[in-house]
Structure formats: structure tokens, C-alpha cells
Design a protein around this ligand. Structure first.
Ligand code: CMC
Length: 434
């Protein structure tokens, strides 16, 4: 394990007779972990942890979360500080390379990214192959996976240079692919990237400009877009990141791994929650129906959950949700949207849920997705694009984690075991005797 050290051992009672000692490993911050790698060899037992609620699947120096305190840090810098004082390109550099860039390094990095913003022209045929009403996440999974068929010079995973080129390509091309998925769904012409614009400005330009008229980008809106990207950039070993690592652990190419991550992110328990929040708010419709939906969320026999509430790791307010709420007010002010009913409804829902015994006892707080949908809707994105924006922003996290894994000399293929509950051996019955 790189960057971690064994600081002791724990004793496990082995079927009431023997005890075995397992190393206790210390990272830099956070709880120690019990290293169980030798457990099976020593005892013949596996551990059982569906959903990985007590399992560290790797060691990583990129992102740290303290779920009880509501803390999120990238390379030691708190997310609130990064959101307030940094920008997305700087955060990308930080995640990928480990340190904040100097001015010179940042300019070079941002310029290098712009060299890769265009897509191979033939890839346009891929978009045309989809139905116009396809969900843009379905388009993203397909097109990002297809990149491996176009950029053969960056698929050798054993070459550090090619790995970095693939990473830059993915960060640079995601906004282009996302904007094209949107343009295709509304039947407007694709808009090529403009490298004189910032990352967020360029994305807004490719998404919302049309050849018929000039498109002016508001600095407040571009800043809000950039901040949304920062807030989604990485989140340690969440489901999609673990998917990227697991896919990558077999030696799959980076584009295929990121396509796998996008597929995982799509689900409503993960990145799909931002879309689900807005659908839920629309369904609730008015403040006087909030109690009814809170009751549904608490009812064990009702599958309904308050979308945008709860988190596997945060048992406190998600620090990203706080920044998102502030950004929401800024965006609505800039757009001159007064008394947005959806925001009022969301704030009332939050207030009531935070006072409710059920949510207090289960430590269910608003997460990053609770307010993001309201902002994205105000910016003019259809709900189906919300998770696409999450995927765009999370790409840097995925490639940073994938690179970290590929650079680890102890890296192994991910291969969990199972608790088998099927039949024990039984004789085969010929078909005429069944
Ligand atoms: N509404 C009502 N009850 C909930 C909710 C919710 N949103 N979330 C959890 N609970 C209850 C759940 O029913 C369970 O109760 P009990 O112990 O009585 O069975 C308890 O709280 C623990 O829930 P869990 O499902 O065991 O917890 P988990 O860590 O497996 O799930 C979660 C975490 C995020 C999937 C879940 O809280 C959830 O489904 N939230 C809504 C979807 C959502 O907002 N997802 C976005 C997550 S943040 C962005 C991202 O990472 O992609």
C-alpha cells in the first residue's frame, strides 16, 4: 500500500479456539483499516460486505471525505475553498497531478486541453445513428465507448504518456460530446468548440448558441457552470468511480472504462438523482403537499424516497449541497427569476425534512443533487441533460483515479468473492425425466 503504514494488529477469535492477528493500517487522516488480505489464506474464511459499507477497496491520495463532519477535500484542499477561490481547470490539474498549478502550469494545461476539444468528424455519424428521443446518457455511453475506435494512439495503458493523452482527450471532449447530444435531441445544428473561451463558457456556447444569432455568455452564469463542475469533479470511491477502477483493473482501455463509469452514474441512486429530484418536485407541485410526500418517504411499504436526500458516506450536511444552494440563489438573481416556485418548494421540503424525527434519526441530509436540478433548469437545460453534466464534470475524477490505479505497482485485477447460496452438487436429470 503506497502512502499508508501498518500501525498495529487486531485479534480475531477463530471459531472460539484460536485467535489470528491482522495488520491495522493507518492512512494520513481518517479511520484505520484492518488489512484482511491474508484472512482467507490464514482462516479459510472470506469477509461478507455487500454494498462495501465497511470495505476500503483501494488506497488513494486524491480525495478525502469525513462523512460525520460533512468534510470533502481534494488533495487536502476543502471543497468550499476550491469552489470559492479556484476554477474547474485548476481543480482538474489538482486532481490529475496532485498539486495546485503555478500560473504558467495552469496556462499550459488549459491550452493543452483546448487542443483536444474537437471530435473526429466521423464520430458525428454515431450521433445520427441514435433516435432523436434517445436519453442523452444512452448517447454518452455509446459515443464515449466509441472513442477507443478513433484514438488508437492513446489506448496503450502501459504507456504513461498515452494514458495522459487519453485523460486530456476525455476531459476536453466531454463538453463537446455532451453539447452534441443535446443539439441532436432538439434538432439544432452541432456547434464546434471555441478555444478562446473558458471551459465552462465553451460548453455553454456549444450547447446554447445557434448559427442564426450571436450568443452572449453571462459571466455569472459561466461562473455558476464552472462551480457546478468543481462540485462534481471527484468523490473518492463512489459507485461509478469504483466501476471505472474495476473495469480498468482488467487492463481495459480508458475510453471503455469511462463509458462504464457513465453507465453506472446514470442510475437514480447515484448521478441520476439530480434528474429524479426535479421530477419529484414537479410531482409534489405545491408546498401544501410536502407533508404527504414526507409521509410517503417514511412509509416502509412505499418504495418512494426523498430524492436528493441521504448519502452512503455523509451523515451530516453534504458540503457540496451548501455551495449549490448559494449558487442557486445567485443564478436565479442573475436571471431575474423572482420567487421561483420550485426553489420555494425545495426549501420548504428541506426545512420540514430536517425537523422530522425519521430524517434526524437516520441522519438524512440534502446531498449535492438536491439543488443542482433547480439551477440547471433555470439555465435552460432539460432534465434529461442533468446527469450528463454530472458525467462531464466527474470525468476528471474518473481519469485521475484510473491513472492512480494504473501507476500503482501493486495493482491487481478486481475480483470479489461471494457467499454462495445456491444448490450444493446434485445429479444431472435427463430432459425426459424432469
Ligand atoms: N428518503 C427516505 N428514506 C431514506 C432515504 C431517502 N432519500 N435515504 C435513505 N433512507 C432510509 C432507508 O430507507 C433506510 O432506512 P432503514 O434503515 O429503516 O431501512 C436508511 O435510510 C438507510 O438507507 P440505505 O438505503 O441503507 O442507505 P445507503 O447508504 O445504502 O443509500 C442513498 C444511500 C444515497 C442511495 C440513499 O440515501 C438514497 O436512495 N437517496 C436518494 C437518492 C439520492 O439522492 N442519491 C444521490 C446521492 S449523492 C450523489 C451521488 O453520489 O451520486
Amino acid at each position: 500500500m503506497s502512502g499508508s503504514k501498518v500501525t498495529g494488529t487486531v485479534n480475531l477469535a477463530e471459531e472460539g479456539k484460536d485467535t489470528i492477528e491482522l495488520p491495522l493500517v493507518d492512512g494520513s487522516v481518517g479511520p484505520k483499516v484492518v488489512d484482511i488480505r491474508k484472512l482467507y489464506a490464514q482462516t479459510g474464511h472470506f469477509t461478507y460486505d455487500p454494498g462495501f459499507t465497511s470495505t476500503a477497496s483501494c488506497d488513494s491520495a486524491i480525495t478525502y471525505i469525513d462523512g460525520d463532519q460533512g468534510v470533502l477535500m481534494h488533495r487536502g484542499y476543502k471543497i468550499e475553498e476550491l469552489a470559492a477561490s479556484s476554477d474547474y481547470m485548476e481543480v482538474c490539474y489538482l486532481l490529475l497531478k496532485g498539486e495546485l498549478p503555478t500560473e504558467e502550469e495552469k496556462t499550459k494545461f488549459s491550452t493543452d486541453i483546448t487542443y483536444h476539444t474537437m471530435l473526429h468528424e466521423q464520430l458525428i455519424q454515431f450521433f445520427r445513428g441514435f433516435r432523436r428521443d434517445a436519453h442523452p446518457m444512452a448517447v454518452m455511453v455509446g459515443v464515449v465507448g466509441a472513442l477507443s475506435a478513433f484514438y488508437h494512439d492513446s489506448t496503450d495503458i502501459n504507456d504513461p504518456h498515452q494514458r495522459m493523452v487519453a485523460s486530456y482527450r476525455l476531459i476536453a471532449k466531454m463538453p463537446t460530446i455532451a453539447a452534441m447530444a443535446y443539439k441532436y435531441s432538439v434538432g439544432q445544428p452541432f456547434v464546434y468548440p471555441r478555444n478562446d473561451l473558458s471551459y465552462a463558457e465553451n460548453f455553454l456556447h456549444m450547447t446554447f448558441s445557434v448559427p442564426a444569432e450571436e450568443y452572449k455568455i453571462s459571466p455569472t452564469i459561466a461562473r455558476a457552470m464552472d462551480r457546478i463542475f468543481i462540485l462534481h469533479a471527484d468523490h473518492e470511491q463512489n459507485a461509478s468511480t469504483s466501476t471505472v477502477r474495476l473495469a480498468g483493473s482488467s487492463g481495459a482501455n480508458p475510453f471503455a472504462c469511462i463509458a462504464a463509469g457513465i453507465a453506472c452514474l446514470w442510475g437514480p441512486a447515484h448521478g441520476g438523482a439530480n434528474e429524479a429530484v426535479l421530477t419529484m418536485l414537479e410531482e409534489i407541485g405545491s408546498v401544501d403537499r410536502v407533508q404527504e410526500f414526507i409521509a410517503k418517504a417514511k412509509d416502509k411499504n412505499d418504495p418512494f424516497r426523498l430524492m436528493g436526500f441521504g448519502h452512503r458516506v455523509y451523515k451530516n450536511y453534504d458540503p457540496r449541497a451548501k455551495v449549490m444552494q448559494e449558487t442557486c440563489h445567485e443564478v436565479l438573481d442573475e436571471l431575474g427569476i423572482k420567487d421561483e416556485p420550485m426553489l420555494k418548494l425545495a426549501m420548504e421540503l428541506e426545512r420540514i425534512a430536517l425537523e422530522d424525527e425519521y430524517f434526524i434519526e437516520k441522519k438524512l441530509f440534502p446531498n449535492v443533487d438536491f439543488y443542482s436540478g433547480i439551477i440547471l433548469k433555470a439555465l435552460g437545460f432539460p432534465t434529461s441533460m442533468f446527469t450528463v453534466l454530472f458525467a462531464l464534470a466527474r470525468t476528471v475524477g474518473w481519469v485521475a483515479q484510473w491513472n492512480e490505479m494504473m501507476e500503482d505497482p501493486g495493482q491487481k485485477i478486481g475480483r470479489p468473492r461471494q457467499l454462495y447460496t445456491g444448490y450444493a452438487e446434485r445429479p444431472f436429470v435427463p430432459i425426459n425425466k424432469r
